[in-house]
Design a protein around this ligand. Structure first.
Ligand code: NCD
Ligand code: ZN
Length: 346
């Protein structure tokens, strides 16, 4: 039996597009299904100033397939030296949608991230005053903290104190991976929301580590225990407006993943909507998919939802998604949920 559903065209509230040949190859994978995406600024060198963001935006628009109306929502990479006036001007111009805080050393290309929140308080105060939201990679990076505890410790020692100090700042806790994150966001007020990735709804740390190490399931924040995955699934499918989709689709070429020191990142742009439909159907919550993928995000960012719709179709025969996509730099493996996918966007 064929099943169909129509939803508002979705947006991706956390996406890595890279640059150059990689950008050209991965952008169509997102632009096919999504109308907008929050574009992560962790290029080498990072997108730090309004001038950088304007130039990157032009490169993205130039790389779009003909006829695509995909809209990149630009972000700035917060550093210890970010100028509050530059952020304010870029936000007032509509050039940037938000500012991304990476704790220094937390993840791929984050070496110029923030070393101490105190150093960026003037920027954060300015952002709170003008209504510019902050995306935060919520992990501490101190070597004493176990990598599986980094998120929980960040909430207690950085995020919660910051939100008490500056409650007016609108924050998006990016790619939460724990029950601690879910509970904290669910109980917070209007100025905190969280994105959840596709893959963290599907894999736990066993998928990555049992029966041989699976480098294509390695990402940051790293997948946690099953109880955390279940908490994420519950949050995503609950209808709670504080939770919405940010795929964190983060392409690395296979030689850089399948390596003695493999890069962190899961590339899920190609089949995210199919994976999500599968998950929401399993949870008996297909009616909540539109909220998670298409409505809660724009509402939190103060934007209108997309006018366009997409249709999702489920067929009895599995859909033949590519195992990898070719890029000018080498192959990139597409996220494998570990089961057949029957949904597709038409
Ligand atoms: C991201 C990347 O490769 O840029 N990697 C990842 O594992 N998610 C960085 C990030 O978002 O942490
Ligand atoms: Zn990311």
């Amino acid at each position: 039996m064929t099943q169909r559903m129509t939803i508002t065209r979705p947006d991706d509230w956390h996406l890595h597009l890279r640059d150059g040949a990689m950008l050209k190859a991965v952008l169509p994978e997102t632009a096919r299904d999504f109308a907008r995406a929050i574009i992560m600024p962790n290029l080498v060198p990072p997108v730090v100033t309004a001038v950088d963001a304007a130039a990157y935006r032009e490169r993205i628009l130039a790389a779009l397939p003909d006829g695509s109306d995909f809209k990149p929502l630009m972000t700035l990479y917060l550093t210890d030296d970010t100028d509050p006036a530059d952020v304010a001007a870029a936000h007032a111009d509509g050039l940037i949608t938000s500012v991304k805080l990476y704790p220094a050393g937390a993840t791929t290309n984050s070496s110029s991230g923030v070393t101490n929140i105190d150093k960026v308080m003037p920027v954060l105060e300015k952002m709170a005053a003008i209504g510019c939201p902050m995306n935060v990679h919520g992990e501490v990076t101190t070597p004493e903290v176990d990598i599986f505890d980094r998120e929980a410790v960040f909430i207690d020692t950085v995020l919660d104190p910051l939100r008490r100090r500056l409650p007016e700042l609108k924050v998006i806790s990016e790619h939460i991976t724990t029950k601690n994150g879910v509970d904290y966001v669910a109980s917070a007020g209007d100025n905190l929301a969280a994105t959840i990735t596709t893959h963290h709804l599907i894999i736990n740390r066993n998928h990555m580590l049992v029966g041989g190490i699976k480098p294509h399931y390695y990402c940051l924040p790293v997948a946690k225990r099953e109880e955390h995955r279940l908490a994420l699934r519950k949050a995503a499918t609950s209808g709670d407006k504080s939770f919405f989709l940010g795929t964190d689709s983060a392409p690395h070429i296979d030689p850089n993943k399948e390596s003695s020191c493999g890069c962190a990142g899961v590339f899920s742009a190609t089949n995210t909507m199919a994976c999500l439909a599968h998950v929401f159907e399993e949870e008996g919550a297909l009616d909540k998919l539109e909220g998670f993928a298409s409505l809660h995000g724009p509402a939190y960012y103060g934007l209108a939802p997309n006018e366009a719709k997409i249709e999702l179709v489920k067929s009895a025969i599995p859909v033949d998604y590519p195992a990898h996509i070719e890029t000018g730099e080498g192959p990139v493996t597409v996220f494998n949920p570990g089961y057949d996918l029957h949904w597709r966007v038409v």
